[in-house]
Design a protein around this ligand. Sequence first.
Ligand code: KIV
Ligand code: ZN
Length: 390
Amino acid sequence: MSRVYIFDTTLRDGEQSPGCSMTTLEKLTTATALVDLGVDILEAGFPIASEGDFEAVDAVSRQFPWVSVAALARASTLDVEKAAKALQHAKRPRIHTFIATSDIHLKYKLKKSRQQVLDAAVAAVTLARSYTDDVEFSAEDATRTEPEYLMQVCEAVVEAGARTVNLPDTVGYSTPDEYAELIGRAVKALGDRAIVSVHCHDDLGLAVANSLAAVKAGARQVECTINGIGERAGNAALEEVVMAMKVRKDRLPFETKINSEKLYHASKTLTEFISFGPQPNKAIVGENAFAHEAGIHQDGFLKEPTTYEIINPASVGVPASRIVLGKHSGRHALKQRAEDLGFKLNREELEEVYHRFTQMADNKKGLRNDEIVALIELVTKSASVTAGAD
Ligand code: KIV
Ligand code: ZN
């Protein structure tokens, strides 16, 4: 099976989004979770951007000498030198240099010609190679770059020594078929001279789909983040990319080195340090990802979990599935919950509890265990009082 490398950029692209900045200590703790998870490359920061980023790259490099640590640098001498300095203690340093290649970025942002950008890319890769053999080049806004020119840039940077060529969908504009076509073209052109990498943003909610389509087209590195954090709408979520390949091996016959049982822990660790967690309905790590409220689903799940769960929660480190008792729940789930709480209800009692439960649940978002207990006690006590009066 083909191996796909997971390039984690939670500490760089993820960290540079609103509410996500981390101290060096927080980055180190998150890096520990990422290393445990088994990411192949850990992008720890953008050293020229701040002293904190420089320090974090240096600290992560020292703490995890066996891990491939990447530092980001624009295609300029100062940036590359700073990245190299931050990585000086790394045993497996990767310099990741980038420049935008789309006409829109050239005209409005860089004010450079295509030739100037190509020259800057080659110069940056050449300089980076003087520090390390492991150099990655990214053509920022690749998906809005004129394809002929983009291929010319890819050829030139590989010639200059880049081992990985990343074609980011920087603004999350591409679609799976379109991205697969672009990636397939680069894979064909570069052959085994370089690994083609993908880096997708989620502006249209397609980051994971685009990344997977690219892998099918021959990309062998996926850049992603825990919980999908990152610029604007975020990056492709690592946990989703990995689990799609694991659960749908029939369609996605690729292998990663990720220990999926550590996914939930990594997500929780990150959430501790940033200002928001994943939304409740987030795939894999959201609070509701393994919760069932509808009666029909609860009934099926209680008979056989695979009726409504395609992933065993333990396989991603989630402690257990949850049955949420709300207005859509049925008798089966209520009976099960009563038993879990230590009550054995007869048929009439269950009917009565269920009747009262649906009345209460209609006006609430769900009932807590203490409310269920109170309801059961009310019904069973009043039943015994009535029986006593007979
Ligand atoms: O989105 C992007 O293009 C980037 C590059 C710097 C890789 O984050
Ligand atoms: Zn990005």
